[in-house]
Design a protein around this ligand. Structure first.
Ligand SMILES: Cc1cc2nc3c(=O)[nH]c(=O)nc-3n(C[C@H](O)[C@H](O)[C@H](O)COP(=O)(O)OP(=O)(O)OC[C@H]3O[C@@H](n4cnc5c(N)ncnc54)[C@H](O)[C@@H]3O)c2cc1C
Length: 338
């Protein structure tokens, strides 16, 4: 029989951050995850942006989440001797004079974040002047997730399998799964939770996003670039290009029409050659009101959830992982709502 304090289901960014947070507090964890190259956390651009949407104003949520996120990712870098946090800037290529003007007005209000490029880009066709957002970071999600998996494996804290929740037995103060006994189980299983046994009544919504992986040998990898599409450097001249948001869909098959339109868009935007290497689709774990699910099951005090991180899981994940860990360690702790 394997005894553990916390059994964690899923190792996307939610399960990754929560397991490290609990280990940091001296707790024993066991993570069960099934291999899925198209999990949301691996398909994400994984950009941390201090500005809200398209209005060029600092986001109050980012002001809360980003300092925490930077601290957590830097500590993981030290713990695992890896480099996952790339500080960078985001070039915004305006699509109209009106947008350019709006940016210039906001630049006067927020000069610590916004500036104007002083020369034309040799890599892009741009009709209007280009704005720059600083304080942006990109997380190397594949390296983060694979390194944490190795770290967990090295301490016998990781099992790769498809967790069957029908085999979970729930007692007053513990749960049992096959030969595992745990004080608590936490579901960090992304979109699967929406149809699962314990949390399907929560207001999950459905959202899919599509991404092209590009090879752009001549484009500098020290920035993120944004016009209608966003280009995020992923190393070795690879750029993540995305994404769209679809709320009404039946399957996760690549949308050929979106690919054609994106390719045409890239041809008119980029002055330099590019090659499309892959076209991938993933579902984001979104919720009504964009509120994450962080806490205990209303009926079972041995079952908790960490999910619904939505479109910005890499920014908000470290904050919520910390809040949930505190709650798991002390049930009287009140999770700080926004
Ligand atoms: C196209 C796209 C672009 C995005 N861009 C950004 C961005 O730039 N910045 C940002 O912050 N966020 C971004 N996001 C959002 C971000 O990806 C999500 O918020 C985050 O990844 C959610 O993480 P998660 O751990 O909850 O879910 P997931 O990453 O989906 O992880 C869930 C895990 O649970 C496992 N699992 C499920 N069921 C079982 C089972 N029965 N047994 C075992 N394991 C199971 C899955 O295999 C998976 O490993 C983007 C998302 C998409 C799709």
């Amino acid at each position: 029989m394997i005894q553990t304090d916390f059994l964690i289901i899923g190792q996307g960014i939610a399960g990754t951050l929560l397991s490290l947070e609990l280990i940091k507090h001296g707790k024993k964890v066991l993570v069960i995850d099934k291999e899925n190259p198209y999990k949301s956390s691996l398909v994400a651009g994984a950009v941390l942006n201090p500005m809200a949407g398209k209005h060029w104003s600092p986001s109050p949520q980012a002001a809360l989440f980003l300092p925490k996120a930077h601290g957590v990712y830097s500590n993981i870098e030290k713990l695992l001797s890896i480099s996952i946090l790339q500080e960078t800037k985001l070039y915004v290529f305006h699509e109209s004079e009106e947008k350019q003007l709006q940016f210039e007005q906001k630049q006067e209000l927020f000069p610590q974040y916004l500036s104007i490029a002083d020369s034309e880009s040799p890599y892009f066709n741009a009709l209007y002047c280009c704005g720059i957002i600083s304080g942006v970071s990109v997380i190397n999600a594949p390296l983060l997730l694979s390194s944490v998996k190795s770290y967990l494996l090295a301490q016998d804290a990781f099992i790769e399998e498809d967790f069957d929740e029908n085999l979970l037995e729930i007692e007053e103060d513990k749960v049992h799964y096959k030969n595992i006994s745990a004080s608590k189980i936490i579901f960090c299983n992304g979109v699967s939770a929406a149809t699962g046994r314990f949390f399907q009544s929560l207001p999950f919504t459905k959202n899919r996003g599509e991404v092209l992986m590009l090879d752009i040998p001549a484009l500098p990898e020290d920035a993120v670039y944004h016009q209608k599409l966003r280009l995020v450097p992923k190393g070795n001249h690879q750029f993540w290009c995305g994404s769209n948001y679809k709320w009404d869909f039946e399957d996760l098959l690549p949308d050929e029409q979106w690919r054609k339109e994106s390719e045409a868009e890239l041809k008119s935007w980029l002055k330099i050659p590019f090659e499309i290497k892959n076209h991938i689709v993933a579902q984001r774990p979104t919720t009504a009101g964009q509120i994450p699910f962080v806490g205990f099951h209303p009926e079972y005090k041995t079952i908790a959830i960490f999910n619904g991180l939505g479109t910005r899981g890499f920014s908000s994940g470290p904050y919520w992982a910390n809040e949930l860990a505190q709650k798991l360690l002390d049930p009287n702790y009140l999770i700080r709502k926004l």
